[in-house]
Design a protein around this ligand. Sequence first.
Ligand code: PMP
Length: 390
Amino acid sequence: MSAPLQPRLDRAMSSVTIPPPKCMLRPLEVPFRYLFGPGPSNVPPRVLAAGGRGIIGHLHPEMYEIMNDIKKGIQYAFQTQNNMTIAMSGSGHAAMECAVFNTVELGESVLVAVNGIWGERVAEIAERMGANVHIMVKAPGGVFSNGEIEKALAKHKPVLFFLTHGESSAGLAHPVDGIGDLCRKHNTLFLVDTVASLGASPIFMDQQNIDILYTGSQKALNAPPGTAPISFNERACQKMFNRKTKPVSYLFDMAHLSNYWGNDGQPARLYHHTGPVSGFFSLRESLAILAEKGLEESWRHHKEVAGYLWKGLEDMGLKLFIQNKDLRLPSVTTIAIPEGYNWREMLQYIMKHHNMEMTGGLGPSTGMVSHALQVFCLTFRPFNRHSYPE
Ligand code: PMP
């Protein structure tokens, strides 16, 4: 039978030469997955529903109210009173680049602690923008002593020192106490990455004298990926708003972002870029859940669930990659793959048979930790029937 005449005529008269792709004529399909990798994590229905609300304009007064709420939620989560607190339109990398681009100028010295992939990344970001980058290197999961850090600060006199609090590629929660004081003594800004640890492992931005702190939405905060809280204290603002040159990125220029977030004291917020409205709704809701639950309860909950997981894994005869319990990240557990096993095959098996995403190492820990089944505690809730199918 020949095709009906009208569609054939329509096609013959069409001005487009590229037809609609067949895949776009099929409905969207998204499988259910237990997300036990280092992120994104499963998103609770309340946060998903917030992201599904109708769009409003990014410059509407109601949106400013929501952004003000987000700012307060971040201040609570970071334990800071910093006025210069915002959420980046972008993933954790946006916050990494924002921190470096705004506080460092061409040729200035930057010191980076590398004990996994995230230090490597920040070193590359700083190098790309023309900073004079110095690295202190340890094997994945290694811990830098305050003495070692002070020696390097004295030697390289950096304007910025970077440390990862929650090294997700190794499963390490790096101690932070005392480092902020050392940075002050050496006139260096202290930048800390808490993408994988915020909400799971205690951090106190003001008390620990951290000058710049950032995180991501998609880890222990349980929001979709795409927004990244960041905060700068007075010292950091002094440096970044007294630059000789403009930051290399327009999108990440804090002079503009500070106005967009109502932080610069100006009567009007001007158009800079269109923020991810739905992403901000979800982020607000996830910060609301954290505020309702309370930070201390969230830390306690992560520790308890992680302890349960560690015991279960060790009872099975598996070895955890970070041996010192006190240094283990409660949100990301790394397991050394037993000798003779292929970690890729194991992870594929778990995904195929149990719908569970777990991942291998990243960067320097790839193959070496041959390994790393990583679990975000807040997603490790097999009994939450609202989030998980039977
Ligand atoms: N820092 C750490 C510690 C991370 O775990 C991640 C993401 N795995 C990032 C930074 C980068 O975040 P994103 O993928 O959201 O850009």
